[in-house]
Design a protein around this ligand. Structure first.
Ligand SMILES: Nc1ncnc2c1ncn2[C@@H]1O[C@H](COP(=O)(O)OP(=O)(O)OP(=O)(O)O)[C@@H](O)[C@H]1O
Ligand SMILES: [Mg+2]
Length: 253
């Protein structure tokens, strides 16, 4: 089982969009896939998968507090043989307080996921735009962290907190430039800023994703981009990103 966490403290950079498409990408290849919504906003659950957040009987919160098992809470996504979602909604607010009273609170998800390591091939975790116990649980569970950013210096502001927290960890981290608008110099700026941090295992993906209204349109109908617009230039860019992530993830021992 591989665990890929999508994270960036900065909001609106494309974390949820990538998590959704990445989960579908693996599911379409026949991988038994679990998508995990660790964000109290519940965007992966509601905006991406189109599940009514108000109507959930249980959420990832029940898993984190050990009130329920992953298999009890996971929802099967129609249209795929084996794609499941651990959903979230506003009920998660307060769970981080509960967790913070526990020893090793940042490892709760990692430990819990061990119980399904023979059930799923891939786990994709979406995290909130902040440093909280939710993000920490996502980071510490990960075999690989995918960091979408927009091509502007501010979108890397939160990266240093992540690097500090994970200073002793050797988790590979891939930065993806999303919502790119053809100004090539900005890709170089991001690459340079990443190199300057000198962290082993922190790299910028070659593939970038351009800005396109098609991405939000696909989200409105809860569709991965390749089902919504198979021949669109930006769909091909998504596929290229997914392939780079898959190649990188396969190299991890
Ligand atoms: N390449 C793109 N082109 C155009 N719009 C995009 C692109 N990527 C994402 N978006 C849109 O940008 C908005 C924010 O994306 P998303 O919700 O994935 O970001 P996020 O990082 O998860 O945000 P938050 O920090 O609030 O969780 C969404 O409406 C999404 O459809
Ligand atoms: Mg999000």
């Amino acid at each position: 089982m591989r665990i890929i966490t999508v994270s960036n403290q900065k909001g609106g950079v494309g974390k949820t969009t990538l998590s959704f498409n990445l989960a579908w990408w693996y599911a379409k290849q026949g991988k038994r896939t679990l998508a995990v919504d660790l964000d109290p906003q519940g965007s992966l659950t509601g905006s991406s998968f189109g599940i009514d957040r108000a109507d959930l009987s249980q959420t990832i919160g029940a898993v984190l507090t050990k009130a329920a098992s992953i298999q009890d809470v996971a929802i099967k996504i129609p249209g795929a043989d084996s794609l499941y979602l651990l959903p979230a909604n506003g009920d998660l607010v307060g769970i981080d307080l509960f967790l913070s009273a526990k020893p090793k609170a940042q490892f709760v998800l990692r430990k819990t996921l061990q119980s399904v390591k023979s059930v799923y091939d891939v786990v994709v975790i979406d995290t909130p735009p902040s440093v909280s116990l939710f993000s920490l649980n996502g980071w510490y569970a990960a075999d690989l962290i995918l960091i979408p950013c927009t091509p502007e210096p501010k979108s890397l502001d939160g990266l240093d907190d992540m690097l500090e927290d994970l200073a002793d960890e050797k988790i590979p981290m891939y930065v993806l430039v999303n919502q790119f608008d053809s100004r090539a110099i900005l890709y170089n700026d991001v690459s340079e800023a990443i190199r300057a941090r000198g962290k082993v295992g922190l790299t910028v993906l070659q593939s970038t994703i351009h800005k396109s209204v098609m991405v939000s349109e696909a989200e409105l109908v809860h569709c991965p981009v390749w089902d919504y617009a198979p021949d669109h230039k930006v769909t091909l860019q998504f596929k290229s990103v997914m392939q780079e992530v898959t190649d990188g993830e396969k190299k991890i021992s």
